[in-house]
Design a binder for this molecule. Structure first.
Ligand code: SF4
Length: 227
């Protein structure tokens, strides 16, 4: 099948299909912490290129030691590293976390800013992190958060044809109706972790199989049933 899977059909089906599947770590942290902007920001920074279980455990260890920008800024790099190990690039992330906390205190009165422009001035904060903080903590309806899952699946569905997550974000603003923007990340990341995996996606079991053009998919996987 060529063409493009209808966005509304995909999103409506995924809304039901993800029910009961494990949510991405940062979404869980946001819900558990009543959308605490600081914890969403730090957990998202830790989550880059790191498995969800590792992000969740590292975030909770770090928040046990410090829960505010002021207290976290006082930690040494070594203390932060010890709390967040083994997230990927934990040394760099420790430097960024400490400096971000320092700047939150010095420039923003200890609060997490609520604009893309201000968020992007913080060290280690890119568009993905900024968009997720705006959506989950500041309840923005105006942003789409694109990570590798959203980038990959949007292209497989034929919604867009892009080479980078940043191109994908801008293309999605044009093709996806606004009502879906805040949940595109939650739906596609959850689907990407469970069904539309990077390699060997589970197309035969996918609720989108009849509408998805499966662009770029060459080999599909089989669901391993428990013995
Ligand atoms: S798993 Fe297959 S059918 Fe489902 S969205 Fe991904 S590429 Fe499309």
């Amino acid at each position: 099948m060529a063409g493009r899977a209808p966005v509304a059909t995909v999103m409506t089906r995924l809304a039901k299909a993800i029910d009961g599947l494990d949510e991405p770590a940062v979404e869980k942290i946001a819900k558990e912490q009543q959308e605490d902007a600081f914890q969403v920001l730090i957990a998202t920074m830790l989550s880059a290129q790191t498995k969800d279980a590792v992000t969740a455990a590292a975030s909770s260890r770090l928040f046990r030691v410090a829960r505010t920008p002021r207290t976290m800024a006082r930690l040494t790099h070594a203390q932060i590293e010890r709390s967040i190990y083994p997230v990927s690039f934990y040394r760099n992330k420790a430097v960024h976390v400490k400096e971000t906390c320092r700047q939150l205190v010095a420039r923003f009165g200890g609060r997490v800013p609520s604009t893309m422009e201000e968020l992007l001035t913080l060290p280690g904060v890119g568009r993905k992190t900024a968009n997720l903080v705006l959506i989950l903590a500041h309840r923005s309806q105006e942003n789409i958060c694109v990570d590798t899952h959203v980038h990959r699946i949007s292209n497989r569905l034929g919604w867009i044809r892009t080479r980078t997550p940043e191109e994908t974000e801008h293309a999605l603003y044009r093709v996806a109706p606004r009502r879906w923007w805040p949940v595109i990340n939650l739906y596609l990341v959850t689907w990407g972790q469970n069904v539309c995996r990077p390699v060997y996606p589970l197309c035969p079991q996918c609720v989108l199989a009849d509408v998805c053009p499966k662009i770029g998919v060459t080999k599909v996987g089989k669901l391993v049933k428990p013995a």
